[in-house]
Design a protein around this ligand. Structure first.
Ligand SMILES: NC(=O)C1=CN([C@@H]2O[C@H](COP(=O)(O)OP(=O)(O)OC[C@H]3O[C@@H](n4cnc5c(N)ncnc54)[C@H](OP(=O)(O)O)[C@@H]3O)[C@@H](O)[C@H]2O)C=CC1
Ligand SMILES: O=C(O)C1=N[C@H](C(=O)O)C[C@H](O)C1
Length: 265
């Protein structure tokens, strides 16, 4: 039996991730792209999404047709607008946007009581595995110093990356603490000695780096290094499309990539 394609909107369609999604969607019969959202004032507003086709970029959610699911990779303001629309119409939302403030995090938390929401700081399979390995390593080596280093392209707006923070949270939880308790985000000048049991973050920005994360577990006389290097944004786009397909028809609540990977159908 063939089912009709899911009616999809992409929020942030003109961006790096939006473009990665659009190029996969051309050959993905599971979805029909109905709406492609850009920022108010975007130079792409009104432009065709695909050459020779009728669908155009729009900045306005009020013009959106009926939808089965929304995928968001935009920024905090873009995510807030997409969330409003999804809440008003009961539409499931997949979001990969990072760098959210506490107020938007709280709004998303509450939204999970009304719609199906899937948030992930990183949609790649490799980072899902890295997170699992880091949890194990952080628990197995509780006294070793842990530092997380990330590197991204020069246009990235937030630091540390959402992935670095999520890795830090996973490691902190594996050590029965929280990042609020043990995270160290900058070192400059006369810092004094490393704070015992802290988790430190270091950030590199430059050029066209897609996304690199390294967790260093540093002991006396030895070191364990766990890392992931993304070289193509298609890995994130593929994961987000898989998540969107999976999320349609799920109950309201907060879902994770682990749920998708555990029951892929
Ligand atoms: N979870 C994951 O796996 C990944 C997450 N990300 C995250 O996704 C987000 C986007 O990344 P990236 O694609 O590189 O960013 P870009 O800056 O390349 O693209 C941002 C997109 O969002 C649009 N936008 C900006 N503001 C608004 C708004 N208020 N309303 C609607 N659309 C808006 C922009 O429109 P325009 O430019 O036309 O004005 C553009 O299309 C970031 O938070 C990044 O960290 C990125 C990669 C993977
Ligand atoms: O902005 C990016 O590019 C990326 N952002 C995500 C993050 O903040 O972790 C994921 C990926 O590393 C690329």
């Amino acid at each position: 039996m063939t089912s009709s394609p899911l009616r999809l909107a992409i929020n942030g369609a003109s961006g790096r991730m939006g473009q990665a999604l659009l190029s996969l969607l051309r050959a993905d019969g599971r979805f029909e792209l109905m709406h492609a959202v850009v920022s108010p004032g975007s130079m792409h507003d009104g432009e065709p999404v695909w050459l020779g086709q009728a669908l155009r970029h729009a900045h306005d959610w009020s013009k959106a047709p009926a939808l089965d699911v929304v995928i968001d990779f935009s920024g905090p303001a873009g995510l807030a607008a997409a969330l409003d629309h999804c809440l008003a119409h009961g539409i499931p939302l997949v979001t990969g946007t990072t760098g959210l403030d506490a107020a938007l995090q709280a709004r998303l938390e509450t939204a999970g009581t009304r719609i199906a929401l899937l948030r992930a700081a990183n949609f790649s399979l490799g980072v899902a595995l890295l997170t699992r390995l880091l949890r194990e390593a952080a628990a197995a080596l509780p006294d070793w110093d842990l530092e997380i280093v990330e590197a991204h392209h020069g246009r990235k707006q937030d630091a540390p990356s959402g992935t670095a923070l999520a890795l830090g949270q996973a490691a902190a939880a594996a050590r029965d603490t929280t990042l609020d308790e043990v995270g160290v985000y900058s070192r400059e000048g006369r810092t004094g000695e490393r704070v015992p049991a802290s988790i430190g973050f270091a950030v590199v920005r430059g050029g066209d780096i897609v996304g690199e994360h390294q967790a260093l577990l540093i002991g006396q006389g030895e070191r364990v290094e766990l890392g992931h290097r993304a070289t193509d944004r298609a890995i994130f786009a593929r994961g987000a499309l898989q998540a969107a397909h999976w999320l349609v028809g799920r109950a309201a609540g907060h879902w994770q990539m682990e749920d998708v990977l555990a029951s892929p159908a």
